[in-house]
Design a protein. Structure first.
Length: 501
């Protein structure tokens, strides 16, 4: 006879008062009163503090900060990557093939092998379909680069796409996105379950909000997910140009509520490609590429009058533009377009920027969303492909000093969705035994934490009751602790989305 299942534990009631909390860098204890998902009062702790009959939570001197927000994620891809074969350690195309051979042995016969994470910018050999054709049983294989801009397929996978005649099996930019979507899709219900798991994992790290830049019909996908139940964090669902007309027909604006904890995000546009793929648009040519090559300086996508027209149209309808720009020429063109369009918005990545453009972000009201883990992951690629210019690459301190509003993100799955890794990498500018890479561009912990919490990490009356409860003070934690900072709990709109037992 099967023993009866134990009843599920009752959810922890939402507190009306957080007692005995500390704020970063402060020894004093405070009480924080909550009502209707917001902070109503912050006051010095008193032992006799009581709520109006509601529950309270004694946090025993733990550190309270505003909830962390990842300003750039691709949630569905992050959810899927958590289940893909990791080939990120490969130092060459042949090493990547060996990793695939080892990792695919346990898969059912004939099943597509999907790997993720290769970085070929420094490889001594080039990815090619014939190398992946060595897999046993003619198994199809799809490998996706760490920056999501390159797909490497073997002949069997190309045949599934109807592109068996492709000369190399290496697809970039839009062709990469299409191939990945066609070959590695999963049923919507499965994907939604995986996305929820990924959101719950993010909540365990203190995350209370994300901007989801997944290359998909995000509004439709997230409305489907929230119809089942609210997510464990706030989601701003970005709109892509192919879905712009549908969004405008519905009257959607950036910030428009779409469901519980769900709102319309910005309109995502692209001016160039990526560094590792050597398609980031730069003033200087890439070393080793003939000047006769039309992509010697990178790849221009939506720029000039075309970009200006889209910015104006989006802004006129209340959609904030978010423009992907990585190379210095791309960032210059994006800022030029914002100036001509006369609207505010965002630039995503801002990896290589002319120093004379640093001050234009603040002048034009353009937020720059940056991903500090890219600075440490791509330092060697930048040194090779952007020689002589890396003093203004990932130049967070320089842009901040010039008045720019900086928001930190992960670009997951390009880097893990963990804000403490992003903060630590912004502060240390290294994640290995080497010295900091361009230490003059490091942020302080306070600056990085503020850039992860909406501009300030301190808690005030009137704030949404979105918090991370920490077992260590990030302002005084060393690098090792900061990277793995222990999160005791996360509150979203005043209710626990995560709490350690």
């Amino acid at each position: 006879m099967t023993a009866p299942e134990s009843p599920a534990p009752a959810p922890t009631p939402a507190p009306r008062l957080l007692r005995r909390v500390r704020f970063p860098g402060q020894p004093s204890l405070y009480d924080v009163a909550l009502a209707d998902g917001r902070v109503t009062e912050v006051r010095a702790h008193t032992p006799e503090a009581r709520t109006d009959g509601g529950p309270s939570a004694d946090l025993e001197g733990r550190v309270l900060v505003r909830g962390l927000r990842d300003a750039h994620v691709h949630l569905a891809q992050w959810a899927v990557v958590r289940r893909r074969l990791d080939v990120s350690a490969a130092g060459s195309a042949r090493e990547a093939v060996r990793a695939v051979q080892d990792g695919s042995a346990a898969l059912p016969h004939g099943e597509l092998v999907t790997g993720y994470g290769f970085r070929d910018g420094l490889w001594p050999d080039a990815p090619h379909k014939r190398l992946l054709d060595a897999l046993p049983d003619g198994r199809p294989a799809l490998l996706i680069s760490a920056d999501l801009h390159t797909a490497w397929l073997n002949s069997a996978a190309l045949a599934l796409l109807g592109e068996g005649g492709h000369p190399t099996g290496v697809l970039r930019e839009d062709a990469c996105i299409r191939a990945t979507a066609r070959l590695s899709g999963v049923p919507a219900q499965t994907l939604d379950d995986w996305v929820r798991d990924a959101c719950e994992a993010a909540a365990r790290r203190g995350v209370t909000g994300v901007i989801d830049f997944e290359c998909a019909d995000n509004v439709t996908d997230w409305e489907r997910r929230t119809a089942v139940g609210p997510p464990p964090l706030r989601v701003a669902a970005a709109v892509y140009p192919e879905y712009l007309e549908a969004a405008l027909a519905r009257g959607l604006r950036t910030g428009s509520p779409l469901g519980p904890l769900l709102e319309t995000g910005p309109l995502k546009l692209f001016t160039d490609g990526s560094l590792n793929t050597r398609t980031a648009l730069c003033h200087d040519p890439y070393p080793g590429i003939s000047l006769d090559d039309p992509e010697a300086h990178g790849l221009a996508r939506t720029v000039g009058d075309e970009l200006v027209a889209v910015l104006r149209r989006a802004a006129a309808h209340g959609l904030t533009p978010a423009v992907h720009a990585i190379g210095d020429r791309a960032n210059e063109l994006a800022l030029d377009a914002f100036a001509e369009a006369g609207c505010v918005g965002r630039i995503e990545h801002g990896q290589l920027v002319r120093s004379e453009d640093f001050g234009r972000f603040a002048k034009l009201g353009v937020t720059v969303g940056v991903q500090p883990s890219h600075a440490v992951d791509d330092r060697d690629v930048a040194d090779q492909h952007w020689p002589g210019r890396t003093a203004r690459a990932f130049a967070y301190a320089g842009m901040l000093a010039a008045g720019a509003r900086i928001e930190l993100g992960s670009d997951a799955p390009v880097a893990p969705l963990d804000p403490w890794l992003s903060i630590a990498n912004a502060v240390a500018r290294t994640d290995d035994a080497r010295p900091a890479w361009h230490p003059e561009q490091r942020l302080t912990v306070a600056q990085a934490l503020a850039a992860s919490t909406g501009g300030r990490f301190t808690v005030r009356a009137g704030d949404p009751a979105d918090f991370a409860v920490l077992d260590a003070d990030p302002l005084t934690a060393g690098d090792d602790v900061l990277r793995r900072l222990p999160v005791h709990g996360t509150l979203l709109a005043g209710a626990w989305s995560h709490r350690e037992s």
